[in-house]
Design a protein around this ligand. Structure first.
Ligand code: NAP
Ligand code: F7E
Length: 344
């Protein structure tokens, strides 16, 4: 019998890679999608055919219970979130509801449908739960590199909401014996990354300039440092966490940190241009509070999961720039089509 997985956030970057990976592993894959005529669903169907869909919204407890009742999953991957950090200052309450409270709602849906409570603990065939936690929880870091024991100091409403999701996941594991794990993932990118995030903004910007469609790229803080990996590698880690005998939390990252300046320099150099001729610093893209430095210590994942990233930073940046050059050169792209994450 193949395993059945339910993925929230399946229309996002990670949802697509995880769905592909689980299909390769022989899973029956279900995605939870929200909204009426959500345009992201058509894109998903076009690229990943062999999935089942059910409706639900992390803001709506009843819809999550219905989704779990309908799908009867072996595993739930909770990837749904408002994930763009700057938006979390503009819509802090919504971010808390979706990114934070949404985790509690999904855990409750699993608990209620499974009939788990203080007097009844989960059995061997219980639903396993993965929470998409984030290195943004480390925020103003207390130590470098960051591991599973590093204390949190989130710097945005997004980071605070993710910290709540992390702790409530741990709490349901400890309170009810649920198989619930929190994957603390550092930044991971791909040609499917949303255009608002810095790597994709840069790869699209470089491609536009190279093709003569733009003559500058406006950026925020070039000094911030991140541990950037490839999203496809991180999807493998999610499944491995749920395949262990006991539920534990894991840090997933490459262990290398680069500045936004290094990212920009490398991306321009892949097309033979000097970034200094095109990049303009614009205070509109700086944040009320910044996370200056992130760098993972993925030792536990390496030793216990056998997980290693396969795509390095240089390969990742080249992959993204080449993909955007092809995308922008494509004659089939209508002139008025927005350059959004819709372009996979
Ligand atoms: P993403 O591309 O922004 O995708 C977010 C997904 O959440 C979309 O599928 C979106 O669906 C869904 N969503 C938004 N509001 C929802 C709601 N109210 N109910 C249900 N679903 C909702 O994010 P990603 O990069 O794939 O990241 C996946 C998860 O990992 C997120 O939780 C993110 O916070 C976390 N994470 C990401 C990174 C990273 O570097 N990528 C690192 C650490 C953690 P619609 O199509 O309906 O909008
Ligand atoms: O910013 C700096 C910016 O928006 C990275 C999400 O997936 O990863 C992501 O969050 C850095 C920041 O990602 C621009 O100030 C400079 O220091 O790509 P980003 P993020 O905020 O790190 C974590 C792990 C998540 O969990 C999140 O969901 O780049 N930066 N100039 C800029 N960033 C953007 N977006 N745009 C700029 O122009």
């Amino acid at each position: 019998m193949s395993k059945r997985a339910l993925i929230t956030g399946i229309t996002g970057q990670d949802g697509s890679y995880l769905a592909e990976h689980l299909l390769e592993q022989g899973y029956e894959v279900w995605g939870m999608v929200r909204g009426q005529a959500n345009p992201h669903v058509a894109r998903l169907r076009k690229h990943i055919g062999d999935i089942h869909l059910t409706t639900g919204d992390l803001l709506d407890q009843g819809s999550l219970i219905s989704a779990i009742e309908r799908v009867q999953p072996d595993e739930v991957y909770n990837l749904g979130a408002i994930s763009y950090v700057p938006m979390s200052w503009q819509q802090a309450e919504l971010t808390a509801e979706v990114t934070g409270m949404g985790v509690l709602r999904m855990l409750e849906a699993i608990r209620v449908v499974s009939g788990v409570g203080q007097s009844r603990t989960p059995g061997p065939g219980q639903i396993r739960f993965y929470q998409a936690s984030s290195s943004e929880m480390f925020g103003m870091v207390r130590e470098t590199p960051q591991n599973e024991k590093t204390p949190f100091h989130p710097r945005s409403p997004y980071g605070v909401a993710k910290a709540y999701g992390h702790y409530i996941t741990q709490n349901y594991r400890e309170s009810y014996g649920m198989f619930a794990v929190s994957g603390i993932l550092f930044n991971h990118e791909s040609p499917r990354r949303g255009a608002e995030f810095v790597t994709r903004k840069v790869s699209l910007g470089v491609a536009r300039i190279k093709l003569g469609l733009a003559d500058e790229l406006r950026m925020g803080n070039l000094d911030a440092r991140r541990d950037w990996g490839f999203a496809g590698d991180y999807a493998r880690a999610m499944r491995l966490m749920l395949a262990q005998d006991t539920p534990e939390d894991y840090v997933i990252g490459t262990g290398q940190t680069r500045s936004v300046r290094e990212l920009v320099e490398l991306a321009f150099s892949t097309v033979g241009l000097n970034w200094r001729d095109y990049v303009v610093q614009d205070p509109r893209f700086t944040r009320p509070a910044e996370v200056d430095l992130l760098c993972a210590d993925p030792k536990k994942a390496r030793e216990q999961l056998g997980w290693e990233p396969e795509v390095g930073f240089e390969e990742l940046v080249a992959m993204m720039v080449e993909s955007d050059l092809r995308l922008l050169s494509s004659s089939s792209r209508p002139e008025d089509e927005p350059l959004s994450p819709d372009h996979w």
